[in-house]
Design a protein around this ligand. Structure first.
Ligand SMILES: [Fe+2]
Ligand SMILES: [Fe+2]
Length: 142
């Protein structure tokens, strides 16, 4: 099996709000830790997945605050994406906890792809809006 490639945050993925960029970088780091775990043949991915789920919920809340502050018109759609993702991860976790170890690799590939695509595409959509509405933001940009 080929090694799963890491994901790398780049300045071009910046959403223009430092706390969110910092969270994105940390999310990428946790995903890369998960990739290491599975490459090392870890039988228990739950601790790192637990970290990831907890951090994602913090991040989604912070993103919601920024989107609301700036009256982002895509807020509902964006929140739905976050919610669907959270539900999918919960379902994965439930099956994994019930002993479906085969699921580990599939779950990690899904997490990696979703987080990368969401951060570098959908999050960038609100970044454009933030740029034009920076005066409304209470969250500092730097
Ligand atoms: Fe995000
Ligand atoms: Fe998002």
């Amino acid at each position: 099996m080929d090694k799963i490639s890491y994901i790398k945050w780049e300045p071009k993925y910046s959403v223009g709000v430092e706390i969110l960029d910092e969270q994105h970088r940390k999310l990428f780091d946790i995903v890369n830790d998960l990739i290491d775990e599975i490459e090392m043949g870890s039988k228990n991915l739950l601790p790192v997945i637990g970290d990831l789920v907890a951090y994602i919920s913090v991040h989604f809340k912070q993103e919601s605050i920024v989107m609301m502050e700036s009256n982002y018109p895509g807020f509902m759609k964006h929140s739905r994406e976050h919610r669907d993702f959270t539900e999918k991860v919960q379902a994965f976790l439930q099956k994994y906890e019930q002993g479906d170890a085969e699921l580990g690799l599939k779950m990690i590939v899904f997490l990696k792809e979703w987080i990368f695509n969401h951060t570098t595409r959908l999050d960038i959509e609100y970044a454009h809006h933030l740029k034009d509405n920076a005066d409304k933001l209470k969250t500092p940009q730097e």
